[in-house]
Design a binder for this molecule. Structure first.
Ligand code: ADE
Length: 229
């Protein structure tokens, strides 16, 4: 059982992606608990303000310390957390290995940034891990938090059945996944590779490995540079 607490100014942005398919099944089975927290509940005044101008001048607003510290400290009073993750474009690039590692944790907080960023003191004092989902800038960390949560959830033992096995996903062995086909065997003259219909599992595995290698060489040669293959 893993618990993921996600803190955001727009929790609605995260809700739906985590209420379907494999993640919802994991929640239904009690294998994962996902709690969304609206940072505005910790904001100032009638407007529930959570951001302010940048010291030293410059465009954009910055998320203030007080609401974030209050929210995270309230959570930490309830339980110990293994990681407090901040989603940001300047964090560590998310890879399968990190997702595998996080899926073994018990309690995780994910903080979604917004505006121009968050006060550096939050990063210095509270954040234990900063994660980016790619070299592009999103409007906020919400979609990134949903991506991270999804990839963690599907790895938790018992979430995915053998047929769907997470172990055959792309990246698990530093290879992209080979092509897959389903019925019909002949669609408008486009045929499924005969080896897949042969029933010869050794040959099928060999074909899949070769295809995976071929696709990885073409699309992501960098994966092979880092791998033991
Ligand atoms: N927030 C904005 N852009 C992001 C990105 N690429 N990854 C994670 N969080 C973000």
């Amino acid at each position: 059982m893993i618990r993921i607490d996600i803190i955001s100014v727009i929790p609605d942005l995260i809700r739906s992606p985590l209420e379907h398919s494999i993640v919802q099944r994991a929640r239904d089975k009690g294998l994962v608990q996902i709690e969304l927290h609206d940072l505005r509940e910790f904001g100032f005044g009638n407007q529930r303000q959570v951001d302010d101008y940048v010291y030293g001048g410059g465009a954009g607003m910055v998320m203030r310390c007080e609401p974030v510290f209050d929210c995270i400290e309230a959570l930490k009073k309830e339980r110990d957390y293994d990681e407090v993750i901040y989603m940001c474009p300047d964090g560590e690039l998310l890879k399968q290995k990190r997702a595998n590692q996080l899926s073994l944790k018990q309690n995780i907080i994910i903080l979604c940034g917004h505006y121009k960023g968050i006060d550096q003191r939050i990063r210095d004092e509270l954040i234990t891990l900063e994660i980016s989902i790619g070299d592009y800038v999103l409007s906020g960390g919400e979609l990134a938090a949903a991506v991270l949560s999804d990839t963690i959830c599907r790895l938790i033992p018992g979430v995915i059945s053998d047929e769907e096995s997470a172990l055959t996903d792309s990246f698990q062995d530093d290879l992209l996944a080979p092509p897959v086909y389903t019925r019909p065997a002949d669609f408008r003259g486009l045929e499924v590779p005969p080896v897949l219909l042969s029933g010869n599992f050794a040959e099928i595995e060999k074909w899949r490995f070769e295809k995976a290698l071929e696709i990885t060489k073409k699309m992501r040669p960098d994966l092979l540079d880092e791998s033991d293959l």
